[in-house]
Design a protein around this ligand. Structure first.
Ligand code: FAD
Length: 539
C-alpha cells in the first residue's frame, strides 16, 4: 500500500493535468476562433508611439486634410500606408501619361501612415530559400520561381525608386543579411532548403552562402549559442518616410486631382442607384460619392468587407528601437539579421550612422518579433486589432535577446541612456492561406452590388466597371509585396493590365501577367477555400 498510493496519486494528477490542458486548449481554440472571425473595427485613437513616426520630417503631412471633405471622387482610397500610396501614385501617373484626369481622394482614420507601415521593422527580406520550398510544395517549381522573383524584385525597385526620386530620407538600401540559427534541427533543415533552392532556382542563389559555426562566429561576431548562418542580399528602409516622400510629391504634382484626408475614418459603405457614382462612403466627416473604392486597410479590411472575416485578420506585433552595446561593430546600416529559434524568430536591422548622444539619431537597432514568446503558444496576439498596448512577455524577450543572440562579449556594456529607446506595437494583416488578396472584390464578399453601368465606347481614357478593390494581407512581409501589389491594383482599376509598359521608377516593365503572381488574385472561391486551420497546423 505504501508504494501504491503515491503512484495512484501521480497517475491521478497526471490525468488531471492532461484533462486541464485539453480543456484549456479547447477554450483557447474557441476564443481564437471568435477573435479571428470578429469585426477588427476602426484603428484605435490612442496607438503606442512608433520610433519611425516620432521622427518625421514632413510635419505638415501628419494631420493633412481639406477644410471640407470632397463630395465626390472617381476613386476613393481607404488607407494611407504603402499600399494606398502605391495605388494612388500608379493611378495618378498613368492618368497623367494618358492626358486624362481622375479625382483621387485618400481617406485615413488617424495620422498619415500611422498603421503597419509606420510601425514595422523596415526589413525588405523574404527569406528566398524558405519561400521557394514552401511555394514549390504548394504550386510547383515554375510558380515558386515566379513568386520568389516577384518578392525579391521589391529590393531593386524600392532602392531605385528612392534614388530616382531623391528620397534619401527613406534610407532605402541594400544590406547583407544573416539568418542565424540557435536550434540545430532548424539549422539543418534550412541548409537542406538552400540546397533545394540551388537546384530549383540557381540564378536566385548566387549571393547565398552557408557558414558553419566556427567561420560564422569569426566572420560575423555571433554569440556562442549560434549553430551557423546563411547570408544573402536583402534590404532595409524607413518605411513611412518612403510613403510620406511619395505623398508629398503626389500632393504637389497633382494639386487638383489628389487630396489626403487624415482623421477621416470610413464607418460604412452603401450603394446608390446612380451608375456613375454607385457608392456612398460614409466617413466620420460626412459622405463621399465614389465610382471606385480601394481597400488599402490591411489588418482592418474585414471591417468594411465582411466576407473576409476569419480569412484576413489582425495579428499584433511588437517592435523596438534599441541602442547597440558599446562593443557592437559599427556597420553603418549595412547589415541585417534574423535570429531564428526552434519556433519563432526576431528580425533585426540597424539604421545608418552611430549613436552619438542619448537623444541623437543614428545606429539604432530595430528589432521585432518574439511572437512565440508572447504566451498562449504565440496565438494570443492573433485577432488583436489594437496597437494601443504592447505584449508584456514579448517586450521582456525583445529587451533581452540582443546580447544573448550576438554574444555578451560582442555586445559589451549598454550604451549611455540604456538599451531600450522605444517599444511599440502594430497590426499585421494575415490571410488564412498565407497569400495576399489583390484585385476586384466580388459583391458576395462586400455584401454590396453596385448598379450596372453602361461602358461608353466614346469614354475618354480607361474604363472599368465601378467596383470595390483590395490589396492587403501580406502576412508580415509587406516590404516585399505591398508596393508592387499596389502598382498592380492601380493598373487593374484603370483596366491597363494588357498594356506592355516600359520600366519606370517604382514599376517593372511588361504586361501585368508577366510580373504579377496570379496566386494573389482575390476571388470568392479562393476565400472560401482558405482555411485558418491549415495555417494553425503548419505554423
Ligand atoms: C510590428 C510590425 C512589424 C513589421 N515588420 C515588417 C518588416 O520588417 N518587413 C516587412 O516586409 N513587413 C513588416 N510588417 C508588415 C508591413 O508593415 C505591412 O505588411 C505593410 O506595412 C502593410 O501596408 P498597408 O499600406 O497595406 O497597411 P497599413 O500601413 O496598415 O495602412 C492601412 C491604413 O488604413 C487605415 N485604416 C484602416 N481602417 C480604416 C478605416 N475604416 N477608415 C480609414 N482608414 C483606415 C489605417 O489607419 C492605416 O493607416 C510589419 C508589421 C508590423 C505590424
Amino acid at each position: 500500500m505504501a508504494t501504491l498510493l503515491p503512484s495512484i496519486r501521480e497517475t491521478y494528477f497526471g490525468v488531471k493535468a492532461l484533462l486541464q490542458t485539453v480543456a484549456e486548449d479547447n477554450a483557447e481554440l474557441t476564443s481564437l476562433q471568435a477573435r479571428l472571425n470578429a469585426d477588427p473595427g476602426i484603428p484605435v485613437s490612442n496607438p503606442t508611439t512608433s520610433f519611425w513616426l516620432k521622427n518625421t520630417p514632413f510635419l505638415d503631412l501628419v494631420d493633412k486634410r481639406s477644410k471640407t471633405l470632397p463630395k465626390y471622387a472617381d476613386i476613393v482610397i481607404i488607407g494611407s500606408g504603402i499600399t494606398g500610396t502605391s495605388v494612388a501614385r500608379t493611378i495618378l501617373s498613368e492618368c497623367a501619361s494618358m492626358g486624362i484626369n481622375r479625382r483621387v481622394v485618400m481617406l485615413e482614420a488617424r495620422q498619415t501612415c500611422s498603421g503597419a507601415t509606420g510601425r514595422n521593422g523596415g526589413h525588405i527580406k523574404c527569406t528566398p530559400h524558405e519561400s521557394f520550398c514552401e511555394y514549390k510544395d504548394r504550386f510547383g517549381v515554375e510558380r515558386a520561381r515566379a513568386l520568389v522573383d516577384f518578392q525579391t524584385s521589391h529590393l531593386p525597385i524600392l532602392v531605385d525608386l528612392a534614388k530616382q526620386e531623391s528620397w534619401d530620407l527613406a534610407e532605402a538600401r541594400q544590406v547583407e543579411t544573416l539568418d542565424v540559427f540557435y536550434d540545430e534541427e532548424v539549422w539543418l533543415d534550412n541548409k537542406r532548403k538552400v540546397e533545394e533552392f540551388r537546384k530549383g532556382m540557381p540564378e536566385g542563389t548566387r549571393d547565398t552562402f552557408v557558414w558553419e559555426k566556427g567561420e560564422a562566429h569569426e566572420k560575423y561576431n555571433l554569440g556562442g549559442h549560434a549553430y551557423g548562418a546563411i547570408t544573402y542580399q536583402a534590404g532595409a528602409i524607413w518605411p513611412c518616410r518612403l510613403v510620406t516622400c511619395a505623398l508629398d510629391s503626389l500632393l504637389r504634382t497633382y494639386p487638383s486631382d489628389f487630396t489626403l484626408e487624415t482623421h477621416t475614418s470610413v464607418e460604412n459603405i452603401s450603394t446608390t442607384r446612380n451608375p456613375n457614382q454607385p457608392f456612398i462612403v460614409h466617413t466620420s466627416r460626412g459622405d463621399i460619392l465614389a465610382c471606385h473604392i480601394i481597400h488599402a486597410t490591411n489588418a482592418h479590411t474585414a471591417r468594411l468587407v465582411p466576407g473576409l472575416r476569419g480569412k484576413l485578420f489582425p495579428v499584433r506585433g511588437t517592435m523596438t528601437a534599441q541602442r547597440p552595446g558599446k562593443s557592437f561593430p559599427k556597420l553603418d546600416g549595412s547589415r541585417s539579421w534574423c535570429l531564428i529559434n526552434k519556433k519563432g524568430y526576431e528580425y533585426v536591422t540597424q539604421r545608418p550612422g552611430q549613436v552619438d548622444s542619448i537623444d541623437g539619431l543614428g545606429g539604432e537597432i530595430m528589432i521585432g518579433g518574439g511572437m512565440i514568446q508572447s504566451g498562449r503558444k504565440g496565438f494570443g496576439e492573433f485577432g488583436v486589432a489594437s496597437d494601443a498596448e504592447t505584449n508584456y512577455l514579448t517586450g521582456c524577450h525583445l529587451g533581452g535577446v540582443l546580447p544573448m543572440g550576438f554574444g555578451l562579449e560582442n555586445w559589451g556594456e549598454d550604451a549611455p541612456g540604456g538599451r531600450m529607446k522605444n517599444m511599440w506595437s502594430g497590426s499585421l494583416g494575415l490571410t488564412a492561406d498565407m497569400m495576399p488578396f489583390v484585385g476586384r472584390l466580388e459583391p458576395s464578399l462586400t455584401g454590396r452590388t453596385p448598379v450596372k453601368a453602361n461602358l461608353s465606347k466614346d469614354a475618354v481614357g480607361p474604363v472599368t466597371l465601378p467596383a470595390e478593390w483590395i490589396s492587403a494581407g501580406y502576412n508580415g512581409e509587406g516590404m516585399v509585396n505591398a508596393w508592387l501589389c499596389g502598382v498592380a491594383l492601380g493598373l487593374m482599376v484603370l483596366g491597363r493590365e494588357d498594356i506592355s509598359a516600359a520600366k519606370t521608377s517604382g514599376r517593372p516593365h511588361g504586361k501585368l501577367d508577366e510580373w504579377f503572381p496570379k496566386e494573389y488574385i482575390c476571388s470568392q472561391a479562393r476565400v472560401t477555400n482558405a482555411s485558418v486551420y491549415e495555417l494553425l497546423e503548419t505554423r
